[in-house]
Ligand binder design. Structure first.
Ligand code: GLU
Length: 420
């Protein structure tokens, strides 16, 4: 295998599992199994204490057939090439499913951003951008926020790139602050999109969100927005989690109070005796609920946990939260649990990134309502085509979404041909 990594293997298994639905010669599928470019750079950073520390940065461009590479940049101690390569592949299918003019890419730096000062983060980000200069560009590869990164980091990338080029170039990166050529609605787009897809799934399952309960793993940019938007629709949020632990409260959490708490605290831990609600990861996932939203790391639900799930809708806010074994089980039980697969469920982020890129190119900016209604239009349309494909071929939602996404990319690759 190109990269020895369980997550990359999982992504490869997914590709292989839908090959039969993609009507292109086998050689085209072979080309999609290995990323087009894998770039690893060393990132030397002068720390605040005067020492120099080396970080490893990586960017994987899985496919550039449909347009520039597109995908997040993550900072975390777990980041490695296998994780980034798997996520880059998922981005290709996500952009394919949504018909966005991008190829899939992803990047990361192995570091612990929570222990670094603002100055250290800035120097690391700017040096990484400098090292990546030959491999990025508004028509080559466009980064965005992901786990451990945010708007400020995108602003530094934008500035470093523009300074080096000697010209203002906001379309080099998306997820920028609104004040510097960001778009309205990008920050909340992924979480908002998760809830729009849950609304569609609820219609299919005859579930009224006003009477529903939801459990959400992750309280960052995706999980917290999903919690807020589900709460606004009347849903009772009985489970929340972040790095400090997993918490379950049968009567439901006070979501506005939790959101207020997070404005001045790094984690959920000190919120209103929450530690007395602490449960294990397995207990958390296997509580009865209507909607379960894993919105944290990949590979959280494995073959042991999957048969014990007691939710009606599994909405994958995170990328790759179910292992291959979990997925095999869920595929056979799709009548019981309606899975909204990651490449559909969390696509709101990259959809609004696309809108930001377009606005940056045109220097013409949209209202928040325009962004939101176009987001809903693209996402609900992709949901309908995935559901249609699933019903027509009698397959589960993940197979349908992947088949559509892979088909779009593979067909373009085939039509463009193999050069020379
Ligand atoms: N990191 C997000 C994702 O996994 C967004 C990528 C983007 O906006 O380019 O989809």
């Amino acid at each position: 295998m190109f990269i020895e990594s369980p997550f990359f293997r999982q992504a490869l298994d997914q590709l292989i599992s839908v090959a039969e639905y993609v009507d292109v010669p086998a050689g085209t599928i072979e080309r999609l199994k290995i990323p087009k470019r894998t770039i690893t750079v060393s990132v030397p950073v002068r720390l605040d204490n005067g020492e120099t520390r080396m970080f490893l940065g990586t960017r994987v461009q899985h496919c550039l057939t449909s347009g520039p590479g597109k995908g997040g940049l993550r900072y975390g101690p777990h980041v490695d090439q296998g994780e980034v390569a798997a996520l880059a592949m998922l981005m290709s299918w996500k952009c394919g499913l949504l018909h966005l003019p991008f190829g899939g890419a992803k990047g990361g730096i192995q570091c612990d951003p929570t222990t670094m000062s603002i100055g250290e983060l800035e120097r690391m980000t700017r040096r990484f951008t400098e090292e990546m200069m030959p491999f990025i560009g508004p028509n080559v590869d466009v980064m965005a926020p992901d786990m451990g990164t945010n708007e400020q980091i995108m602003a530094w990338i934008y500035d470093t790139y523009s300074m080096t080029m000697g010209a203002n170039c906001p379309q080099i990166v998306t997820g920028k602050p609104v004040a510097v050529f960001g778009t309205l609605g990008r920050k909340t787009a992924t979480g908002a999109g998760v809830v729009y897809t849950i609304e569609e799934a609820a219609k299919e399952k005859n579930l009224r969100l006003v009477d529903a309960t939801a459990i959400i793993q992750g309280f960052g940019n995706v999980g917290a927005v999903a919690a807020r938007n589900l709460h606004e629709r009347g849903c009772r949020i009985t489970g929340v989690a972040d790095v400090s632990g997993h918490y379950f409260r049968k009567e439901g959490f006070d979501v506005p109070a939790l959101l207020a708490h997070m404005e001045s605290n790094p984690t959920l831990e000190n919120y209103d005796c929450i530690t007395s609600d602490r449960v294990t990861l397995e207990e958390f996932f296997t509580q009865r609920c209507d909607v379960l939203v894993p919105a944290a790391l990949e590979r959280q639900i494995d073959g042991e946990i999957a048969p014990k799930l007691r939710c009606r809708i599994l909405a994958e806010g995170a990328n790759g939260p179910c292992t291959t074994e979990a997925d095999l089980f869920l595929r056979e039980h799709s009548e019981d649990i309606f899975v909204i697969p990651d490449i559909l469920c969390n696509a709101g982020g990259v959809i609004v990134s696309y809108f930001e890129w377009v606005q940056g190119i045109q220097m013409y900016f949209w209202t928040g309502d325009e962004v939101d209604s176009r987001l809903q239009q693209l996402l609900r349309r992709a949901f309908a085509s995935t559901l249609g494909m699933a019903k027509k071929n009698n397959v589960d939602m993940r197979t349908a979404a992947l088949a559509l996404g892979v088909h779009k990319v593979a067909e373009e690759k085939f039509m463009r041909g193999l050069y020379p």
